[in-house]
Ligand binder design. Structure first.
Ligand code: HPA
Ligand code: MG
Length: 181
């Protein structure tokens, strides 16, 4: 399939179908259910907007008492890799004494999640783990490792299932590579 992005024709190549994603999400949720058990409360901290769709599908497969929180962070990309990250919304105030599972769409350079982990270290959360739909190991610039990973991908730009290009294409039910036609 091809789409027109601001006047440039781009190829959309499906990488993971709706069914692939659904099945993988169930497997990850089973791992999380096993690791955390069903008794203690888990705070699921969804990083907006990218992890909105994955997070909302994942939580419906979790079996422990779950609290859903969201956070928005913003990366200001510089001319090089010296980007800056800030919190757009404050950290939820209810994390103290609770297990926190951060839900991300993608670990690309790792800058955002590195920043967020440092912010979370300032809280009194009992534990902090990361679950990322996608991981792009070849792009990592920060030594972060997600505890749960949906799919490991190559260093291509992807869209869909929450991931955007300039705010668009998050609604695609699949994950696709975007390349110049
Ligand atoms: N696609 C969309 N958003 C992203 C990506 C990507 O490949 N990497 C980091 N943010
Ligand atoms: Mg984005």
């Amino acid at each position: 399939m091809q789409i027109n992005v601001d006047g440039t024709l781009m190829n959309v190549g499906v990488l993971f179908s709706e069914i692939d994603i659904r099945e993988r999400t169930k497997v990850i949720a089973q791992q999380i259910n096993q690791d955390y058990g069903t008794k203690e409360t888990l705070v699921v901290l969804i990083v907006l907007h990218g992890a909105l769709i994955f997070g909302s599908d994942l939580v419906r497969n979790l079996e422990m008492p779950t609290e859903i929180e969201t956070i928005r962070i913003k990366s200001y990309e510089g001319t090089s890799s010296t980007g800056n990250v800030t919190l757009v919304t404050p950290l939820p105030s209810s994390l103290d004494g609770k297990h926190v599972l951060v839900i991300e769409d993608i670990v690309d350079t790792g800058r955002s999640i590195d920043f967020l982990l440092k912010e979370l270290q300032k809280t009194k959360a009992l534990s902090v783990k990361i679950c990322s739909l996608l991981d792009k190991p070849e792009a990592h610039e920060f030594p972060v490792k997600a505890n749960y990973i949906g799919f490991t991908i190559q260093k291509n730009f992807v869209i869909g299932y929450g991931l955007d290009l300039n705010g668009k294409f998050r609604n695609l039910p699949y994950i696709a590579n975007l390349t110049k036609a």
